[in-house]
Design a protein around this ligand. Structure first.
Ligand SMILES: *[C@@H]1O[C@H](CO)[C@@H](O)[C@H](O)[C@H]1NC(C)=O
Ligand SMILES: *[C@@H]1O[C@H](CO)[C@@H](O)[C@H](O)[C@H]1NC(C)=O
Ligand SMILES: *[C@@H]1O[C@H](CO)[C@@H](O)[C@H](O)[C@H]1NC(C)=O
Length: 449
């Protein structure tokens, strides 16, 4: 190339900032976000909440400006408080929750605060506002959100310094390539066919880098909801069969890379209505045990998380009729059945159980239904008082009020489960705020808010 041409090229590069388009489902806006706000062709930057705008398929709106514009500096996330879990009752030694305050996600608190403004009834609004003080997990479901983890950890660190109370931050690691291989609503940003495994490793590296900067903040991480459970039962689905090896190697990579002394990992184990069937229990325990053996060495794997985003009861004297034929008709029975099998397979038998939306029982037509179930209420509050030494804590993993999936049949992420008669409709895209659903969770909370 001639010098003049080079000069012209240089001038062009200087005068024309290179705009990197965000891929579909990537983040394109929100308070504190500093990346590109331009979406790939065919998708539109869509406001989800003050903290998050996302490139969604469709081009109805030609502008790419997300709202709200971030006029404030990135250091002005809402102040967060903390809450203490009770620690009476049987608890196992080394339970990561004991002696720690669980950090409250400012992101969820902001979602709740925005929702409260839309509730006219003062009594319900007050109950709804109280939800912001109940700890939920923060989902890192796209790599673009990982910098937020650094903000949360810095926040937790300053709370710890100012109050002297040790802080525990709860996260969900959720970005496997070909994610959610047996469903559609929660498919992720990476595909195996398109270098997804390497991208996933970079995502894990980014999380590990944030965590290693705060060695005195404790992290509880739920690893990849639904993924290994799908390998136990859904290998007949070609998408799951194709993903099996990458799911395993990627999970092992996460286990190895997140092996820092402040981290406690709980791999996801579906729920009693999935892996709790007699035919599935032993294969599930073998899969988890084998995975740790393949990883080699000792890692910071504490146990399993169950019932993530589901609606099952912790314990019940009146099993839901849909559970008929399954000995594990409650999550506690599932933990009790799986625990000894895990031990036999060299996998730590400790559990955390999501009860965020389990307040109301017997509301599903079939056990496998999971999408924005009608009539659900917030469930048992997070606590280490679980009454079962296998269960480290009751937690709220799914942020109640965020949709499980859209009911819009024309959406590429439409999953027919979200159109069933026991799902709340109309429902927005997975992960986006679902005001009507949140209000039902509040009014039907059990125990009441
Ligand atoms: C396949 O996976 C779904 C969850 O995606 C689960 O509910 C279902 O029970 C699995 N199918 C079978 C045949 O086990
Ligand atoms: C994982 O980390 C723990 C300490 O945090 C350490 O004892 C253990 O050896 C590490 N495992 C491997 C395989 O490096
Ligand atoms: C899962 O959680 C739901 C509520 O979120 C609850 O109704 C259900 O009982 C739980 N299932 C298990 C097996 O824990």
């Amino acid at each position: 190339m001639k010098n003049s041409a080079l000069a012209a090229l240089a001038a062009f590069l200087v005068s024309t900032p290179v705009v990197i388009a965000v891929p579909v489902y990537g983040q394109c806006g929100g308070i504190g976000y500093t990346g590109s706000t331009v979406c790939d062709a065919g998708s539109t930057c869509t406001y989800s909440n003050d903290w998050y705008s996302q490139c969604l398929p469709g081009s109805s709106n030609p502008t790419t400006t997300p709202r709200p514009t971030s006029t404030t500096s990135t250091s002005t996330r809402p102040t967060s408080g903390t809450t203490t879990t009770t620690s009476t009752g049987p608890i196992s030694t080394d339970n990561p929750y004991v002696g720690y305050d669980v950090y409250l996600s400012p992101y969820y608190a902001a979602e709740v605060a925005a929702a409260v403004k839309n509730i006219k009834d003062a009594t319900i609004a007050a109950k709804a506002a109280s939800v912001a003080k109940i700890p939920t997990f923060t989902w890192y479901d796209i790599a673009a959100k990982v910098p937020d983890l650094g903000v949360d950890l810095a926040n937790a660190k300053s709370i710890q310094t100012s109050t002297g109370k040790k802080q525990l931050v709860q996260i969900v690691v959720y970005d496997l390539p070909d994610r959610d291989c047996h469903a559609k609503a929660s498919n992720g940003e990476y595909s195996i066919a398109n270098g997804g495994e390497a991208k996933y490793r970079a995502y894990i590296d980014a999380i590990a880098a944030q965590i290693s900067k705060y060695p005195d903040i404790r992290i509880v991480a739920v690893v990849e909801p639904d993924s290994l459970a799908n390998l136990v039962t859904n290998l007949s689905d070609p998408k799951c069969a194709n993903a099996a090896n990458v799911y395993k190697s990627s999970t092992i990579y996460a286990i190895q890379k997140l092996n820092q002394s402040n981290v406690y990992l709980y791999l996801d184990a579906g729920h009693g209505g999935w892996l709790g069937w007699d035919a599935n229990l032993a294969p599930a325990a073998q899969l988890f045990g084998q995975l740790l053996k393949t990883a080699g060495g000792t890692y910071r794997v504490r146990g399993l998380a169950t019932n993530v985003s589901n609606y099952n009861a912790l314990r019940t004297n009146t099993p839901d009729p849909i559970t008929q034929g399954n000995k594990c008709y409650s999550e506690e029975l599932y933990a009790n059945a799986l625990g000894p099998l895990l031990t036999q397979n060299g996998f730590p038998a400790h559990f955390i159980i999501d009860q965020g939306r389990s307040g109301v029982q017997n509301i599903r037509k079939e056990w496998g239904n999971w999408c924005n179930i009608l009539g659900a209420g917030f469930g048992i509050r997070p606590t280490t008082n679980t009454g079962n030494s296998l269960i480290d804590a009751i937690v709220w993993i799914k942020p109640g009020g965020e949709s499980d999936g859209t009911s819009d049949t024309s959406s590429p992420r439409y999953d027919s489960t979200c159109g069933l008669s026991d799902s709340t409709r109309p429902a927005p895209e997975a992960g986006t705020w679902f005001q009507a659903y949140f209000e039902t969770l509040v009014t039907k909370a059990n125990p009441a808010l």
